[in-house]
Design a protein around this ligand. Structure first.
Ligand code: F6P
Length: 550
């Protein structure tokens, strides 16, 4: 690829200045940065809504941050941000507006797409959802046989699964504990089997979540769920209307599947799948936590939207987090980014962020259609602490890779814990603070020796430190705080996509696999001679058929 064929972000003066600055900083040590500025621990912090964000343990100086902000200005991050909030079609490859922020706009806001204010429609759907959620929760909405609904099974995949499933786990303490909620995504029949095997169809509601309503995994699982329901209820087709609702942008396909569109909750093409769980896609969650808690969550999103829209660059948390990611990704060759929540309830948070971040920014073609020649989105990974400490933290502390990490923790445990279990919270958080301290400052050989460690073990017990972390703390994991956290990451991802000059809102990269799966299937089932199968795949298909006794 010749130079003319590429976008030229890395030839801008701002990029070059950062590269030079990186060279000059060399192996800057966090210990030295803190010695030079004793106020760094309080100075390098931000408050956003209920979130306290500490970025003092990063390999940056005031000058680094200034140069990063200049890169943001040169790439017009805020210009693109404003275009997004205004409803312009910034998702250029799909020719769509990007308006997940409209999903949490107040009733009296005016946000226009093609001259039409979308806010009334957003609230009309929220009101319908709230009404339906109340009826299910109260038992007013009954199943086909007149029994109340006790089980809700969400069927969806990607953004139509990860968001509601993550938020349900996160807010479990706020959920209707007398109901069962399950989330089915995998086309592996085992997923649906395990989800429904102990449920009574007469008391089960299926929420089929699919933006397009063409996703093969979801349509296949929904079809099987329908068969399971009808089998369990004596085959009366009328039962479907009481036990199936759809969340989609595609009324035609919903009707084609056999779900009455009166039981459909709508959203719009300007809501990306991975940005959709605060739309109708959140219906299962709303049934679980109730409409009031759901609205509190939306209010949380809005706090961070407003912050992102109005805070100056120096105090703008999503901008800062995006820029820090760019610093490591593009100027320190970091390949990945860990997100490590110290909350059992955030067990699916990182998995959710994987789609948000990697489906948004995992791209090598720029908005101008040209291949980029700089690194784009990192590999995002992580699980809740302290489990990770006993698994992969070894590599973060003493491995050969730089892994910037976000630590997320809370001052209070959830209210319903017994006194004994609540008392464990300080131990959890002691680990939280100890880890970021150890990662940043390590342990020098002299400190190890001073503990009387034999000389041959000193190198093994030395921690180099200097591993950068962001620490995010809030009082408690409330619905509002969850909304704030998600919006923080949504906008962080936005900032990075804007800087890397990629369309963060399309996902063409997942299409090829879908097309090929459809093509390969007849080779598995019928032994069909599928044209274009490469020799390796052909041999694998033959081995599979033999193992299946076909
Ligand atoms: O994997 C691609 C994708 O289109 C995601 O972006 C999306 O969240 C998921 O599939 C599910 O799509 P749908 O909601 O249309 O079923």
């Amino acid at each position: 690829m010749n130079a003319e064929g590429r976008s030229r972000l890395n030839q801008t003066p701002e990029w070059t200045a950062l590269a030079k600055h990186r060279e000059e900083l060399g192996e800057v040590r966090l210990r030295e940065l803190f010695e030079a500025d004793p106020d760094r621990g309080t100075g390098y912090t931000l408050r956003v809504g209920d979130l306290y964000v500490d970025y003092s343990k990063h390999l940056v100086t005031d000058e680094t941050l200034r140069l990063l902000r200049e890169l943001a200005a040169a790439t017009d991050v805020f210009g693109l941000r404003d275009a997004m909030f205004r409803g312009e079609r910034i998702n250029t490859t799909e020719d769509r507006a990007v308006l997940h922020t409209a999903l949490r706009a107040p009733r009296d806001a005016v946000i226009e797409v093609d001259g039409e204010n979308v806010v009334p429609a957003v609230h009309a759907v929220l009101d319908r959802m709230a009404d339906f959620a109340r009826r299910v929760r109260s038992g007013e909405w009954t199943g086909h046989t007149g029994r109340r609904i006790r089980n809700v099974v969400n069927i969806g995949i990607g953004g139509s699964d990860l968001g509601p499933a993550m938020a349900y786990e996160a807010l479990r303490a706020y959920t209707a504990r007398d109901m069962t909620f399950r989330f089915v995504s995998n086309v592996d029949g085992a997923d649906l089997h395990e989800a429904v095997r102990d449920l009574d169809p007469a008391e089960t509601l299926f929420v089929v979540a699919s933006k397009t309503f063409t996703t093969i995994e979801t349509v296949t699982n929904a079809t099987s769920a329908r068969a399971w329901l009808l089998e369990g209820l004596g085959g009366d087709e009328k039962a479907v209307a009481r036990h199936f609702v759809a969340l989609s942008t595609n009324a035609e396909k919903v009707a084609g599947f056999g779900i009455d569109t009166a039981n459909m909750f709508e959203f719009w093409d300007w809501v990306g799948g991975r940005y959709s769980y605060d739309s109708a896609i959140g219906l299962s969650l709303m049934i679980a936590i109730g409409p009031d808690r759901f609205r509190e969550m939306l209010d949380g999103f809005r706090i961070v939207d407003e912050h992102f829209r109005t805070a100056p660059p120096e105090a703008n948390a999503p901008l800062l987090m995006g820029l820090l990611g760019v610093w490591y990704n593009n100027f320190h060759d970091a390949q990945s980014h860990a997100v490590l929540p110290y909350s059992h309830y955030l067990s699916k948070f990182t998995a959710y962020l994987q789609q948000l971040d990697m489906e948004s920014n995992g791209k090598y073609v720029g908005r101008d259609g040209r291949e980029v020649d700089w690194q784009t989105g990192p590999v995002v990974w992580g699980t809740p602490g302290t489990n990770g400490q006993h698994a992969y933290y070894q590599l973060i502390h003493q491995g050969t890779k730089l892994i910037p990490a976000d630590f997320i923790g809370f001052a209070e445990p959830v209210e319903e814990l017994s006194d004994r279990l609540a008392a464990q919270h300080d131990l959890l958080m002691a680990n939280f603070f100890a880890q970021t301290q150890a990662l940043a400052f390590g342990k020098t050989p002299d400190e190890v020796r001073a503990e009387g460690v034999p000389e041959e073990l000193v190198p093994h017990k030395t921690f180099q430190g200097n591993h950068p972390t962001t620490t995010i703390v809030a009082r408690a994991l409330t619905p509002s705080v969850l909304g704030q956290l998600v919006a923080l990451y949504e906008h962080k991802v936005f900032v990075q996509g804007a800087i890397w000059n990629i369309d963060s809102f399309d996902q063409w990269g997942v299409e090829l696999g879908k097309v090929l799966a459809k093509r390969v299937e007849p080779a598995l089932t019928e032994g069909a001679d599928v044209p274009g199968l490469d020799p390796s795949t052909k041999a694998l298909v033959a081995a599979y058929r033999e193992l299946r006794g076909r």
